[in-house]
Design a protein around this ligand. Sequence first.
Ligand code: CAO
Length: 461
Amino acid sequence: MAEIREARVPDIGGYSDVPVIELLVAVGDTVARDQGLATLESDKATMEVPAPFAGVIRELKIKVGDTVSEGAVVALIEVAGEGVGAPAKTEPAAPAPMPGHKSGAKPEPEPEPKPEPRSEPRSEPKAEAAAGPAQARPAAAGEARTPPVAFGAESILPGEVPYASPAVRVFARELGVDLSQVRGSGRGGRIGKEDVQAYVKSVMSGAARPAAAAGGGGLDLLPWPKVDFARFGEIETRPLSRIKKISGANLARNWAMIPHVTQHDEADITEMEAFRKRLGEENKDTKITPLVFLIKAAVAALRKFPQFNASLDESGENLVLKKYFHIGIAVDTPDGLVVPVIRDCDRKGLLELSTELGEISKKAREKKLGPAEMSGGCFSISSLGGIGGTAFTPIVNAPEVAILGVSRSSMKPVWNGKEFVPRLMLPLSLSYDHRVIDGADAARFTSYLAQVLGDLRRLLL
Ligand code: CAO
């Protein structure tokens, strides 16, 4: 006899008003017990609401964009089975906890499932959850508890990428796909089912090679050291900010996947600085820093060396050359590094760029940048010149192929052929993807940059 029962959001570890980002089923679908019904995403974790019992989805009570808390009804499921009570009666299923979260003292018909062992690098759903609809079985009487869904904030920690929902992980595991090899096309690099499918297709067509098959490929790194720091003294543990988690995951990938080399150089900006000061006096309402001159000089160098204004495509076999000049600027915020993009820098003057730079820096620090304002960059500049230092090695912001690091200018004695003269020298550090750019080209690029900064008339050429 059929019975309509409510599937509710289980204990999600104290989170409330968590956005629904994905519905994993539709009305009329047959679902297995434990199968994902919807994906929730808080600022710290992605969680999947599992079906507490097998059956047919009769009604969905939530939609993408809603926010939900523990106990919210997600769907009405028609459960077929014996002894499940009166037909068409609506009966809530007791929400059970996610792993690692304590439940109330309700009598449970099944033994408490063990949470995933902490030592596992990535949380994976139970094998049972991988059964899928084909192996759906009717729920037995009293079988209303929700098994754990393995997910937690740690799922997006830099060391724990990739970022994918449990359903996608199950799907990938069924196909034997290592998710760390898959590029996510979703928000924040989230991997969807279609990304896994695209990866499988590219492997089958020979366009991509799994790391393990690449002969000595794969990083095969030691696990992160586990240290009980409290044994050595007093400690305090603070969670990483969301920005740090996301940028950390990107930086780790870029550092691991791009063969980096950094070319160092110096530009004589004595005349440029004199001009900048004059411009500042004439335009007291606008803060004009050396950075806007660097943006213009970078555009000139990108024009002259188009392979720097490029990206490798997904196959890694083609270089996509860009005819536009959108420059990413690394901005230091209290929560971490963000890289807003200033568009069409070739068409903007120093004053317009200064105004825009001020606006995006302010927006970045107020956490008001939208994803569109941080995408589409061709080349990035990371300036630590306002702070100090003589050189550093910035990490290329993939899929760009180069990034310019700028340190603090200082007066130096420079030999002019007859004598040492005091000149204001600006340190430049260009990191580049050596798969695309040769060392000689990098040296030409920084030399040209230095020439342009040394004599701004070259911008007119
Ligand atoms: N040499 C000497 N002085 C410099 C300089 C340089 N290379 N670059 C900037 N300055 C001066 C500026 O002229 C300004 O001087 P005044 O206060 O006298 O006007 C002062 O330093 C502060 O500049 P600023 O940092 O506020 O402005 P900016 O345009 O140079 O940079 C921004 C803007 C947003 C890029 C910067 O504030 C920032 O966030 N930098 C950090 C980027 C970062 O974290 N990179 C690391 C990434 S890798 O982890």
